[in-house]
Design a protein around this ligand. Structure first.
Ligand code: ADP
Length: 412
């Protein structure tokens, strides 16, 4: 698909440049042609007006002397030659044909073709109509020069088009790289999303079939399957919400709404909501928030960030472990740390866990309601606040997720 787009872009480019080159080069040709024609016509007029001067000198400064391709002849009313060029660069029979054609032609200035050679002539009657002067110029040289010029211009045009083709192909290829990458990313996102949605749907379908296959059984006796359906439904709802969030983020529809809010209170609230879950797992949940921390950012999104990190910390920490949340202000930054004494993450996975759908242990994450999208969302929220998120971990000992948010000035 991208090969076709690349070729299409190149061809569009070639067509545009081709039209511009055509206009430009034909402009040059037409200008040159008009210029040489004008010069030749001016020469013929100059010779004719020189011949009209009564005391002209045949040798001194006459335009006809300067040009070795022009010649003239003058007749009286009876058809006798009164004057003619000293040198006639043409044989008599051809001269006669030229004169005959020039006299018959309605135009006083025109071109006559004699065999392969072309002549421009200017026919001029004396004011008393008693004599006629015809000045000729062999324009073969002029024609050849114009043919040479057109050949050079065609070569320049074709050469230009070849260069434009190669460079357009190269540039179109380069311009398409980011589009191709984002397309591939989007494709794999859609493929992963469909894959993720398939398993809850399959579990729900099987559970439903089992329930419907035993219609005479009570709801209570089938509660195992119904609970399965409920759990999968819950999981799918979370997955769809997360997918929607990322899809909106990708299309720039997910926006950050900044306002000043007490960050310390928000983080404390999040920690409090996780209290029961931690207690259920016998996990010690510590919190260290010393100061009042005012922050100018999106309260809901930062709450969501804290939920993702704390949820993971509890999820990936075994029974009896510890988790701790700290929030402090350092210079013009706010630092949020979420630490746990859980299973930790090995180095090979560390830089990938922020990728969409990446999970160290897929089955485990799934069992605990994970979608593999939490850290991608966390990463997006932090980036939108121009901050950084990093993780340090010792496998078997625990992990610490560190978020640094720059304090931005409140806009009026
Ligand atoms: P999930 O929904 O699977 O938790 P996340 O994007 O939140 O998806 O996390 C991605 C993966 O990173 C998790 O599947 C898990 O393997 C790993 N992970 C995240 N947080 C922790 C943590 N605190 N301790 C150990 N592993 C973690």
């Amino acid at each position: 698909m991208f090969k076709k787009v690349r070729l299409q872009l190149t061809l569009i480019n070639i067509a545009v440049v081709g039209v511009i080159l055509l206009i430009f080069l034909s402009g040059i040709y037409i200008l040159m042609q008009q210029n040489t024609e004008r010069q030749s016509e001016q020469l013929l007029h100059a010779i004719a007006s020189d011949l009209r001067r009564p005391q002209r000198s045949k040798n001194q400064g006459s335009p006809v002397m300067k040009s070795n391709s022009s010649f003239y002849i003058r007749y009286d009313a009876d058809g006798n030659v009164i004057d003619e060029s000293e040198v006639m660069p043409i044989i008599q029979s051809e001269l006669e044909s030229l004169i005959e054609a020039a006299m018959k032609n309605n135009h006083e200035l025109d071109i006559i073709k004699l065999g392969t050679v072309s002549y421009r002539y200017y026919r001029n009657f004396s004011p008393d109509l008693r004599s006629v002067t015809i000045v000729f110029e062999n324009i073969q040289q002029e024609r050849e020069t114009l043919i040479r010029l057109s050949t050079i211009l065609i070569i320049i045009g074709l050469g230009g088009l070849i260069i434009v083709f190669i460079s357009s192909l190269f540039l179109a290829g380069r311009a398409l790289i980011p589009i191709k990458k984002s397309w591939e990313k989007q494709q794999s996102f859609v493929a992963d999303a469909s894959h993720e949605l398939r398993s809850p749907l399959a579990v729900m379908q099987t559970s439903l079939e089992l329930v419907l296959g035993n219609k005479e059984e009570t709801v209570e006796s089938q509660s195992k399957w119904l609970e399965n359906i409920q759990a999968e439904n819950k999981r799918m709802t979370k997955l769809v919400n997360d997918l929607l969030f990322l899809a909106r983020a990708d299309s720039n529809q997910q926006t950050i709404e900044r306002a000043v809010f007490p960050m310390n209170k928000v983080i404390q609230e999040v920690v409090d909501t996780f209290g029961p879950l931690a207690t259920k797992k016998s996990i010690q949940l510590g919190v260290e928030i010393k100061d009042e921390v005012e922050y100018f950012g999106d309260e809901n999104r930062l709450k969501q960030l804290a939920v993702i990190l704390l949820d993971n910390a509890i999820k990936y920490t075994p029974v009896g472990g510890r988790t701790k949340v700290t929030l402090r202000q350092i210079d013009n930054h706010i630092e949020l740390n979420v630490m746990d004494t859980g299973e930790g993450i090995t180095n090979e996975h560390l830089d990938k866990i922020f990728d969409r759908f990446y999970r160290v242990d897929k089955a485990r994450s799934r069992d605990s309601g994970g979608t593999g999208l939490g850290l991608s969302i966390a990463n997006w929220i932090v980036k939108e606040h121009k901050g950084t998120i990093s993780v340090s971990s010792v496998p078997g000992k625990g992990s610490t997720f560190k978020v640094l948010l720059p304090k931005v000035l409140q806009k009026d």
